[in-house]
Design a binder for this molecule. Structure first.
Ligand code: AKB
Length: 336
């Protein structure tokens, strides 16, 4: 057994693609789990990978028993749009899978006498603003404000934040924990390596990828829709920083983070600066617009900056000019 092993669930997703190399660089041996087969570019980072659902508790327990990870990144989940389409499955995977994994980590902690750090990607979906006027007036929403989600995914994430916090703190007072739960409420994420799938903030990155491939894009939200975003490298850097932070510096177990908050129209304008012939239309889809309207236009991330040094490198301009556009030009010109 390694002294420094990390388990990543949902490793084949967008975040896994950049988290696995970051963990390897930080010196972790990685064990991975996903429904899908790990592609070659990820499998090379892994000591073992298992193809299974997070709800297959027996197989997950086997993986934990073989490797005894001290750090867990639990990325496996249905994202917001998929969760609205399949709410029962979302509850089973997003809540059932998370509870089962926390309990397995607790069993492991009891067996080894060593606590498990449990990193949970939460989301701005945990917020629920009742209407547009409130959304505009709310400005930068803080962690304790407006936590009344309207969507299944937001409900799942909020409940798991509460459970993780319970297992870390309340149960600890009963001498019964072994879980060190830490969560980030991620904004919309923009990756140059992968195209998102099943989320609501997907319109931002989808617009950029479509323009880079000279494809027309129909944006499913109104031009004035505003959400916070950041790049995937900044998101992964933040997640790693929180994972490595001294517990005594943490004033909460759940943190907001973000880098910039453009409207969908500003996204289109920025894309046009780099791809002047991009064909982008706004054709809002009511069900998806409703979700975006209930999420905050911006979040306050002071706690993350103060407690563990959140420091995103990309603002809106450099996201496009330095990160995503050069990478996509290279990728799509190469015929990917
Ligand atoms: C989604 O849109 O579902 C995710 C998220 C903001 O959690 N990208």
């Amino acid at each position: 057994m390694s002294a420094k092993t990390a388990l990543v669930t949902g490793a084949v997703g967008e975040m896994g693609h950049q988290l696995l190399p970051a963990l390897a660089t930080a010196g972790y041996e990685i064990v991975a789990l996903d429904l899908a087969v790990l592609p070659a570019e990820l499998i090379r980072y892994c000591k073992e990978s298992v193809e299974t659902s997070i709800t297959e508790t027996g197989r997950v327990r086997g993986l934990l028993e073989r490797h005894r990870p001290e750090l867990v990144f639990h990325l496996a989940a249905l994202l917001s749009a998929s969760a609205e389409r399949k709410p029962s499955l979302a509850h089973k995977v997003n809540v059932g899978g998370t509870v089962a994994l926390i309990q397995l980590c607790q069993e492991q902690a009891r067996a080894t006498g060593r606590s498990v750090r449990f990193m949970f990607p939460s989301s701005i979906a945990v917020y629920g603003l009742p209407d547009q006027a409130t959304k505009e007036a709310a400005g930068e929403v803080r962690e304790h404000q407006w936590t009344q989600p309207t969507g299944m995914y937001g409900c799942n994430k909020l409940y798991c934040e509460l459970l993780g916090t319970y297992y870390s703190t309340h149960a600890l007072h009963q001498g019964d924990s072994g879980i060190d739960f830490r969560a980030i409420r991620f904004p919309g994420l923009i990756s140059a390596e992968t195209v998102p799938n099943g989320g609501t903030s997907d319109y931002g990155p989808e617009m950029i990828h479509a323009a880079a491939r000279s494809l027309a894009y129909s944006c499913f939200v109104r031009e004035d829709s505003r959400l916070p975003f950041m790049t995937m490298p900044d998101a992964v850097d933040g997640f790693m920083k929180l994972a490595c932070a001294d517990e005594r510096s943490l004033s909460t177990r759940v943190y907001n983070i973000k880098a910039f908050s453009p409207t969908a129209g500003q996204f289109r304008d920025k894309v046009l600066e780099y791809f002047p012939r991009a064909d982008i239309r706004f054709e809002p889809v009511a069900a998806r617009q409703m979700i975006v309207d209930s999420w905050p236009a911006d979040v306050n991330d002071d706690r993350a900056r103060t407690d563990w040094g959140l420091n995103p490198q990309h603002d809106f301009d450099s996201t496009m000019g330095d990160y995503v556009v050069p990478a996509l030009r290279k990728r799509y010109l190469a015929g990917d």
